[in-house]
Write a new protein. Structure first.
Length: 382
């Protein structure tokens, strides 16, 4: 009581509002049930004329009117089904929102993990390995996030059952993606074991060049004539590889033939002096000049020297070596003979034919003396 006026009771007002809300809910529920009963009764009325018809009569009617069949679609049923779907979707909206937030968090974590792995590997000089492991970690986190999001949206979904289903189908997936998985695993093993690195010059499967990039599926090589070769990692992992830049120096060699009438000692000194005057040949180990073979037309001398392992240096130094040896031998008047062949025609009337002291090629040495020429033997018999 204030100034002689009665204040309304707050509790009574709240009670009246609740009762009105309850009555409104009851009214809506009664309206929904009555509409359902009306649709059901109308459906029964439509089907009433057919309840007492025998099955044979129905079949006869179908046979008579097969071309005039009509489908009775009730729009109310479709609207009711659509309404239930909308209600279910509206009920799942909070779960969908939470699932999207969870998946976004895992997506951000996957990008962060990829960046951390790639950055750590790059600082250690393993950029290609960091790229492969970063992508793998990213996809693992994305799959986990997708499973958690699906569990939030559909609480009845069991991730264990889903994983078990994937395990059953893994055999078919393995056969379908056998080559892809094999190349990926081979690429990972190559990056972990490092038989060669980016920038090395290798020879594999008939190709030779510089390694530009090692990917998860293949290795990219740039040949010396500027061609790009993409070789699957499974082939590289199971094939013989020649790494030509594995060490700092590489030995090269070249064979030179001199005449049998020339002094081999002098020829060796001349060639060795020519090698020492070429830029690009290492002094330690020192170059070598060796007597190597008694060939049919010349005496073979092999020159050996050491250079940097890069092919550009090897080719350039080899060209200089050949030119220097040719010039040095010409200046020293040492013969570099052509390939020659000698044909011996035995049994002719040459006076020296068969004389071991003057003609030796092609005749065996007797135990005593020398064989007589055939023409002399034939003349003595006559």
């Amino acid at each position: 009581m204030r100034n002689g006026q009665c204040l309304p009771d707050f509790k009574s007002i709240v009670g009246e509002l609740r009762s009105l809300s309850y009555e409104g809910q009851i009214g809506r529920e009664v309206h929904r049930r009555s509409s359902r009963q009306l649709r059901a009764s109308s459906k029964r009325e439509r089907n009433a004329p057919f309840r007492n018809i025998h099955t044979s009569e129905i079949r006869s009617m179908d046979d008579k009117d097969t071309n005039n069949q009509t489908v009775d679609l009730d729009p109310a049923v479709a609207l009711e089904k659509l309404d239930s779907w909308v209600d279910g979707f509206m009920a799942l909206l909070p779960n969908i929102a939470v699932a999207l937030v969870v998946f976004a968090i895992f997506y951000a974590l996957s990008l962060l993990a990829k960046r951390l792995i790639s950055g750590t590997a790059s600082r250690r000089g393993r950029a290609d390995l960091g790229e492969v492991l970063g992508k793998f970690g990213k996809w693992v986190l994305l799959v986990v996030g997708a499973l958690l999001a699906a569990t939030i949206v559909m609480p009845t979904l069991n991730p264990g059952d889903l994983i078990a289903g994937l395990g059953i189908s893994s055999v078919a997936i393995g056969f379908a993606f056998k080559d892809i998985l094999q190349n990926w695993l081979a690429g990972l093993l190559l990056l972990l074991r490092q038989p060669f690195e980016v920038g090395d010059q290798i020879e594999v499967s008939g190709y030779e060049g510089t390694v530009q990039h090692i990917e998860s599926r293949s290795t990219i090589i740039k040949t010396y004539d500027s061609r790009r070769v993409i070789i699957p990692n499974s082939i590289i992992y199971t094939s013989e590889i020649v790494v030509k830049t594995a060490y700092d120096e590489r030995r090269s060699q070249y064979d030179v033939g001199i005449g049998y009438g020339d002094d081999p000692k002098k020829a060796r000194e001349v060639i060795l002096e020519a090698l020492r005057g070429i830029d690009g040949i290492e002094s330690d180990p020192a170059p070598q000049v060796l007597l190597w073979d008694l060939a049919a037309s010349w005496l073979t001398i092999r020159a050996r020297w050491w250079t940097d392992t890069r092919r550009a240096d090897i080719v350039s130094v080899r060209s200089q070596v050949i030119g220097a040896i040719k010039s040095a031998l010409d200046e020293a008047r040492i013969d570099m003979p052509y390939e020659t062949q000698v044909l011996l025609l035995h049994g002719q009337t040459d006076e020296l034919d068969g004389d071991r002291s003057k003609q030796r090629e092609g005749w065996p040495a007797p135990k005593e003396g020398s064989p007589r020429p055939r023409w002399k033997v034939a003349g003595a018999q006559d």
